[in-house]
Write a protein that binds this ligand. Structure first.
Ligand SMILES: C[S@@+](CC[C@H](N)C(=O)[O-])C[C@H]1O[C@@H](n2cnc3c(N)ncnc32)[C@H](O)[C@@H]1O
Length: 236
């Protein structure tokens, strides 16, 4: 499972050093307005929810995440936003009272990778097939008919090392694995190793992903133009 405990204390620092662009992510979310009830799947430390809550204070936002340490940071960040609710839940056992018109996952449990002109493929933080199917089915149960499921888009993963804003060195290493890949994340301050985290990701071809989602009533909405921040699936 995608446990982020080791990275949690450094997550914001790494992500806001250019790894993700949270304003741009929310620019893309608000293109789907009107919506009133949003679910972030794998909300982490709440950086997207905070940006969205500031821009669209009338929208009710729920964030779920598996990693306690990430949610603790999100709770602090979002304590003054009464429209945001956080829940410690594994998506494979998702159980919420509400249903949503805009569930989304950006770098959260599921996302697509688009590498140039190659066909997109789906990446999951859940390494086994069956729990992926169960997790997506749990999401489907929580989406209103006509609602949109948005799954984030990222570029291809590769090995690199690069300084972050405070001069520490972030690095990552990718290894192939059965049905996916293993990604190692590291942070170092000079000689001192501060953080190491390993996640086993499962991948699905585009055809497999579309079939999996279609079986749950999610119909892919093809996009035109440049690489989007999200791929969109409409719930029938
Ligand atoms: C890369 S972080 C993304 C966080 C946030 N969406 C952002 O953009 O900053 C991935 C998050 O997904 C969560 N996650 C992974 N597997 C999960 C699961 N099965 N159920 C719920 N959350 C999960 C991890 O705990 C982690 O906080």
């Amino acid at each position: 499972m995608g446990d982020y405990t080791n990275m949690s204390g450094y997550y914001d620092l790494i992500m806001t050093s250019g790894y993700y662009n949270y304003e741009k992510i929310v620019d893309n979310l608000v293109q789907h307005l009107p919506f009133s009830n949003v679910l972030e799947i794998g909300c982490g430390t709440g950086l997207i929810m905070e940006t969205l809550a500031k821009r669209q204070p009338e929208v009710v936002i729920t964030g779920v995440d598996l990693t306690h340490a990430m949610l603790t940071i999100a709770e602090q960040r979002l304590q003054t936003f009464s429209q945001v609710t956080l829940q410690h839940q594994n998506v494979t056992e998702l159980s919420l009272d509400n249903s949503f018109d805009l569930p989304f996952s950006y770098g959260g449990v599921w996302y697509f990778v688009i590498d140039g002109d190659k066909e997109p493929f789906l990446v999951s933080h859940i390494a086994q097939d069956e729990p992926n199917r169960i997790g997506l089915a749990q999401i489907a149960k929580h989406v209103k008919a006509g609602g949109h499921l948005l799954l984030g888009v990222q570029g291809p993963h590769h090995d690199y090392a690069s300084p972050i804003s405070n001069g520490m060195l972030y690095s990552q290493k990718i290894e192939p694995a059965d049905h996916g890949f293993i990604k190692h994340y590291y942070l170092a301050d000079g000689e001192k190793k501060l953080m190491a985290q390993t996640i086993h990701y499962r991948t699905y071809t585009f055809t497999e992903a579309l079939a999996l989602l279609k079986d749950l009533g999610f119909i892919y909405q093809a996009y035109a133009g440049d690489k989007p921040q999200f791929l969109t699936f409409k719930k029938s």
